[in-house]
Write a protein that binds this ligand. Structure first.
Ligand code: ARG
Length: 572
């Protein structure tokens, strides 16, 4: 396919609108949503009629008379005040399915490529990764995969927090614990707690910690080496989590806050020169009238503190300048907690005013809500502490292993462990990705590991069932053509052809749950087909064709789950 079904129908309906003297009228093609409305609806006629003070039904009739969908649709109906209901022809959908079967992109077109920066995961390295970083990591990874599959050039940026006063304390503590021969960094969380305790209790240590900050910023070789060592250990912890999650972030993707150190004074001087940053109570501040309060006072966006220190906001300005100016981004996504929304809106506004990003570059904060426990409160350990990501993922595998063992007691343990890994990690990811990212969501082991409903295990199992059909099939024509005779077959082929649309909406709106909804509906449609149309018990060309439909469904399920970062199994 060169275009999605919606794009194809849109072009044809617009041509018909043009032919009836409504040249710029949009066609507004939407999936019909209900079988009695056909497969797609063109809803643009009403608007066009209104603009021209015409009777919409009459205009719809004129449009239908000019609408060339020969070989594409076999039924056009005018409904209500001027909707055009379009039902696609089975021969046309069969043609798409047959083309998808011999295409390694299963019929998904590649639109013109953009260079897209995806800033995701981006934990603070002073501590171990915790559940707060799970959402950014999973959502960012899924978006990066979908964008790449659609042909975009994705540059991942792991904007880790690797700078700031805490690192003075941590490096000071590192050197002291090393003198005591302590391998303290195996547990970063514990290390941080002990350093902080000492910092609070021991004035001499607190003093040394402050000296270390100054030394670190001044480029002192010894303190810098300690700092590097600490970062390296911390990144190793992150990488263990990425590895377990199957997230492809690497060292080369890490470009932390400290990478912008040299740019910070340059950015502030530049903002001053452009008359944007001014002194206010000793700090360097940009007043943004775009963000005025009720009294009409412009909000202050601080870019340099009174003591000369720089802030999170300053590094982000330097980063956007780098991403657009040096990396030449067409679009930059920031997959970060929704609570940082104001920071990003202000930063984007300022970046445009300062000329770091022109109007054609898209800057988008891809926010997300918090993960809640089953009690509806922010997700914590029983003792009320933060949940470490590594432990959470171990528990996912552990629980999945118990489930798998219950179902397949006789299966060799190694195989059960493999299934448990794929199902456990898949369940955690899918539970997150399947929710609208803007809302908070309740983390529930029981619902995410359920084999029923919109879950990873359900979809993984749907795939495995199809793989099972092929193990029992024997003797069929693996190159047979799909022919659609039954309505359930036609509906399944339609759903398969809509894969591209689903991916494009994910990329456009940065909403991975659109793909989850699609895959869940596809699995449902497959089940309806499988019930209505015997596969293995049918014969000849019908059996071959149905097997080919099964094959394409399996490929779309596997590819779609893969784009969410979720694996499938041939047997489970
Ligand atoms: N390190 C920050 C945090 O943990 C997230 C950084 C997100 N990216 C950015 N460019 N600000 O909250």
């Amino acid at each position: 396919m060169k275009q999605t079904l919606i794009e194809l129908l849109d072009a044809r309906v617009r041509a018909a609108l043009t032919a009836v003297d409504c040249p710029d009228a949009p066609a507004v093609i939407q999936p019909a949503g209900r079988p009695e409305f056909g497969d797609y609806q063109a809803n643009g006629v009403m608007g066009a009629a209104k603009a021209r003070k015409m009777n919409p039904r009459q205009l719809a009739e004129q449009v239908v008379a000019k609408l060339d969908l020969a070989g594409i649709a076999d039924k056009l109906e005018i409904a209500g005040p001027g909707f055009i209901n379009i039902t696609l022809a089975p021969e046309f959908l069969a043609g798409l399915a047959n083309a998808a079967l011999v295409d390694d992109r299963i019929g998904v077109p590649q639109p013109a490529s953009q260079r897209v920066i995806v800033d995701y995961s981006s934990p603070n390295l002073a501590k171990e990764m915790h559940v707060g970083h799970l959402r950014s990591t999973i959502i960012g990874d899924a978006l990066a995969r979908v964008l790449r599959f659609l042909g975009h050039e994705v540059i991942a940026q792991n904007h880790v927090g690797d700078w700031g006063t805490q690192f003075g304390m941590l490096t000071a503590y590192l050197i002291e614990s090393e003198q005591e021969g302590d391998v303290a960094l195996s547990d970063l969380e514990d290390f941080y707690r002990r350093a902080k305790q000492k910092f609070d209790a021991d004035d001499a240590f607190a003093m040394r910690a402050r000296e270390y900050v100054v030394k670190l910023q001044g480029g002192d070789a010894q303190v810098n080496a300690l700092w590097q060592k600490f970062l390296d250990v911390s990144l190793h912890h992150c990488e263990a989590v990425y590895e377990k999650l199957g997230v492809g972030l690497e060292r080369k993707d890490v470009r932390g806050e400290s990478a912008y150190n040299d740019d910070l004074p340059v950015v502030v001087a530049d903002l001053q020169a452009k008359g944007l940053a001014v002194e206010s109570e000793g700090a360097q501040v940009v007043f943004l009238e775009e963000f005025s309060n009720k009294e009409g006072e412009a909000q202050a966006y601080i870019v340099q503190k009174q003591d000369g220190g720089y802030l999170y906001s300053t590094s982000d300005l330097a980063a956007v300048r780098y991403r657009v100016g040096t990396l030449k981004a067409d679009r930059a996504l920031y997959v970060v907690d929704a609570r940082q929304g104001l920071h990003f809106q202000q930063m984007f506004t300022l970046a445009r005013k300062a000329g770091y990003a022109s109007d054609v570059v898209k800057l988008e904060h891809v926010g997300f809500g918090v993960m809640l426990g089953e009690d509806g409160k922010p997700f914590k350990t029983r003792a009320g502490g933060t949940v470490k990501l590594a432990e959470l993922l171990d528990e996912a595998e552990h629980r999945a292993f118990a489930l798998v063992s219950e179902k397949n007691a006789e299966m060799p343990e190694a195989q059960r462990r493999e299934i448990a890994h794929v199902v456990g990690i898949g369940a955690v990811k899918y539970a997150d990705l399947s929710k609208n990212r803007n809302s908070d969501y309740v983390f529930s082991w029981d619902s995410m590991l359920s084999f029923e409903g919109n879950t990873a295990p359900y979809l993984q199992y749907a795939y495995t069932r199809i793989a099972g059909v092929f193990r029992r099939a024997e003797g069929f024509d693996a190159n047979a053509q799909i022919v659609l005779n039954d309505e359930a077959e036609r509906q399944l082929a339609l759903m398969l052809a809509r894969f591209a649309e689903a991916l494009q909406s994910v990329a456009r709106e940065t909403m991975p749950h659109f793909l989850c909804i699609y895959l869940y509906e596809l699995a449902g449609q497959f089940m309806r087909f499988y019930e209505a149309c015997p596969v293995l018990k049918s014969e000849g060309a019908v059996r071959d064709s149905r097997l080919r439909l099964c094959e394409l469904t399996a490929r779309v399920l596997k590819t779609g789950l893969g784009l969410l970062g979720i694996q499938v199994l041939e047997q489970m």
